[in-house]
Design a binder for this molecule. Sequence first.
Ligand code: MN
Length: 207
Amino acid sequence: MPYPFDLPALGYAHDALEPHIDTRTMEIHHGKHHAGYTSKLNGALEAHPGLHGKSAEDLVRDLSALPEAIRGAVRNNGGGYLNHALFWDVLTPGGASAPSGALAGAIDTACGSFAEFKARFQATAGGQFGSGWGWLCTDGDGALSVIATANQDSPYMQGLTPILGVDVWEHAYYLHYQNRRPDYLEAIWSVVNWDVVARRYAAAVSA
Ligand code: MN
């Protein structure tokens, strides 16, 4: 969906991820932070009608094609818009607590086991210095990788498709976990919906 971008509605209540992610964090994170990235992305694009037909994914995939005056704004706010939309989607409560099928096999191939994947993900996301994200990504052939990005950079910017993302900016966890990012990254597995991650993987591989 192109410009003007709308703040995606949460598919669940603000308190649905308690006690792992607290209600107040969800209200501020979705209603203020994600809303801010969305409106700033629209603001950057407003005076560039030639870009109004592009999806957010296409905008951040090729930042070098954008006018220099808005490249930084689209990098930060287009990334922020996309990253948070994925985050809310994969955190939908009540889904599968572990991967199955083709995704489970690909995780075993990449990491050895689901337990080793989780340890690698937590180490990678936990080790991101300052603000950023932890990701499980796929390339066009279905191979998986675990990476971290700084700020609001998206895996699309390096040619990868994100299928799971976890926000490690302090605004994502500080009210409940304060400085304890590792505790947040341990708790997040209780609310990751692997049905959604598997659907995103299948869509990326068949694209
Ligand atoms: Mn965030």
